[in-house]
Ligand binder design. Structure first.
Ligand code: T5A
Length: 213
């Protein structure tokens, strides 16, 4: 693959969208072609699935149907957008990818890890981010930030215990995949988080043979 694939992960309101906008600007100044996308979403079909998943009135959604919908949205996203961008040599930044399923449906809902791994393989054809930035902070702080100016979506309405399990699931992923998943302290001021992410990404791009142009 000619491009470089970065995912940003974290609990609700961890600051992913804010940091992705800053990272895109930083990388474009260094001469990279950058494509930004998100999950669930990133294609018209995946965005339609996103609406179902986040609609608070869909409280009857079964956990099995939920995980399959996230996987369907991802498969469409991978084949329609992410792979073609990577083949064209872009730096692709996705707001969430398969680690969200491991953290939310695995650690949060308690679904079996072996089934989740199989589903990842089916949905992605084996594609994995080259680098994952985990913006880590307590679930309470993230939720407070996320819902300060807008109503909660279906997942944000889950119990605080659910969101704490999600955070622990992410921390286990950082332990399990230390080369791919880099934890950044999300309680730092915004610009300090941005600096840490930019230097981590620059170093990885240089090592992977994508130096600034
Ligand atoms: N999901 C997703 C699954 O369950 N399984 C899956 O497989 C996938 C892919 C997606 C939902 O779906 C779930 C996870 C989610 O619940 P979403 O709307 O994309 O829904 O949810 P989030 O990704 O959590 O989006 P948010 O917009 O809520 O959070 P962000 O993008 O992490 O945070 P951001 O940048 O919008 O910042 C939130 C607020 O905090 C401030 C910002 O200014 C903003 O007001 N902020 C800071 N304040 C102080 N200090 C800092 N360092 C700050 N950084 C940001």
């Amino acid at each position: 693959m000619k491009g470089f694939f970065i995912s940003l992960e974290g609990v609700e309101g961890s600051g992913k969208s804010t940091q992705i906008a800053l990272l895109k600007e930083h990388l474009e100044e260094r001469g990279h072609r950058v494509e930004v996308t998100r999950e669930p979403g990133g294609t018209p079909i995946s965005e339609a699935i996103r609406k179902i998943l986040l609609d608070p009135s869909n409280d009857a959604l079964h956990p099995t149907a939920e995980i399959l919908l996230y996987a369907s949205a991802r498969a469409q996203h991978v084949y329609q957008r992410i792979l073609p961008w990577l083949e064209a040599g872009a730096v692709v930044i996705s707001d969430r990818f398969f680690d969200s399923t491991t953290a939310y449906q695995g650690a949060g809902r308690g679904m079996a890890s072996v089934e989740i791994q199989r589903l990842h393989l089916l949905a992605t054809g084996g594609l994995s981010p080259n680098l994952t930035i985990l913006i880590d902070l307590p679930a309470e702080d993230g939720l407070a930030r996320a819902t300060r100016y807008r109503a909660s979506d279906r997942i944000e309405l889950e119990s605080i215990e659910f969101h704490r399990r999600v955070r622990q699931g992410y921390l286990r992923l950082a332990d399990e995949y230390p080369d791919r998943v880099r934890r950044v302290d999300g309680m730092q001021p915004l610009d300090a988080v941005a600096r840490e992410i930019a230097s981590t990404v620059d170093a990885r791009l240089d090592t992977a043979g994508h130096p600034a142009k």
